[in-house]
Design a protein around this ligand. Structure first.
Ligand code: G3H
Ligand code: ZN
Length: 298
């Protein structure tokens, strides 16, 4: 079966991206798996420290493994935004395929030093595990924000990206290229979209030649996403859009079945609600270079 590394290599070579979707429970897990299976595309399930604490580290690993083995399907598991070596090691030992080691709030040199140590420690546990490093400020919280959070707006530079990759030996890099975690209320209502710096993505890709991950992709303009993938993004993380669909789906099913108490009768429509978002994002990520009109400026 396809490995995670092969899935990334294939996406990189074809100008497509692999979808990474965060989950907190089994409704979203089912939605990710069913959407990916219907499109026959490899997919990554992400669980942050909070998400995996809620699900159970070993339990979420066992669930993804069981789907992969029973259906012989390339579904992978990422320990998203892991802020300590202890939690990264816990995930690696539980069988996670990937760890996002996120010390992006530390000074650059300290981030480099500790990320390099984490790469060594995690590869010693399982050489095939992938490790992602993160530099720059892309905010935190896959939530609905009242307004765009104040930020330095500083983008990752190609030079610092190159230095970070060379010194840490990470497999994938998450840069700050105009992306931010979460959505504003206007984005949820479809009145505003996030925009990315495509030129900077291209420059970082050329400088590092590494797989680049776009975090905080919820609410991003479709054309920007296509151009970002054509410019060198290989993995796209979506969380808040799924959480919004989950909540809306849940509210709708509870409202339309006021007396129903059977979960397996109420919840399939919530799975469908989350699945629709995933399916449309997967269609966009898998569209390939020919669908992008890459802009020279931006
Ligand atoms: O790691 C998770 C993602 O970066 C999600 O960001 O909530 O803006 O989609 P998002
Ligand atoms: Zn993220």
């Amino acid at each position: 079966m396809l490995t995670l590394l092969e899935a990334l290599q294939h996406a990189d070579a074809t100008g497509t991206a692999v979808g990474h979707f965060n989950i907190s429970e089994l409704i979203a897990m089912k939605a990710v798996f069913e959407a990916a299976r219907e499109k026959n595309l490899p997919v990554v399930v992400g669980v942050s420290e909070g998400e995996r604490q809620f699900m159970g580290v070993l339990q979420v690993a066992a669930f993804v493994k069981s789907l992969r083995e029973e259906f012989n399907f390339p579904i992978f598991l990422n320990a998203d935004h892991t802020h300590s070596l202890a939690k990264a090691i816990e995930a690696a030992k539980a069988g996670f395929d990937w760890v996002v080691f996120d010390l992006s709030t530390l000074p650059f040199e300290e981030n480099v030093r500790q990320t390099r140590q984490a790469v060594e420690a995690l590869k010693a546990i399982r050489p095939s595990i992938l490790v992602e490093g993160e530099i720059g400020d892309i905010g935190s919280g896959s939530e609905i924000h009242d307004a765009a959070p104040a930020s330095s707006g500083q983008l990752t530079t190609p030079d610092e990206a190159k230095q970070f990759v060379e010194e840490t030996k990470v497999d994938t890099l998450a840069p700050a290229v105009g992306n931010r975690h979460g959505m504003t209320r206007n984005m949820v209502e479809g009145e505003d979209r996030k925009h990315l710096n495509i030129r900077r993505i291209r420059e970082i890709k050329e400088a590092t030649k590494i797989f680049l991950t776009l975090h905080g992709a919820s609410g991003t303009d479709d054309r920007d996403l296509r151009d970002a993938i054509a410019a060198g993004i290989t993995v796209v993380h979506i969380n808040t859009e799924l959480r919004v669909a989950w909540r809306r789906g849940l509210e709708a099913t509870l409202a339309s079945h006021p007396n129903e108490v059977v979960p397996y009768k109420l919840l399939p429509s919530v799975v469908e609600s989350v699945k629709r978002v995933i399916a449309s994002r997967l269609a966009l990520f898998g569209a390939g270079r020919e669908h992008s009109q890459t802009r020279s400026a931006n």
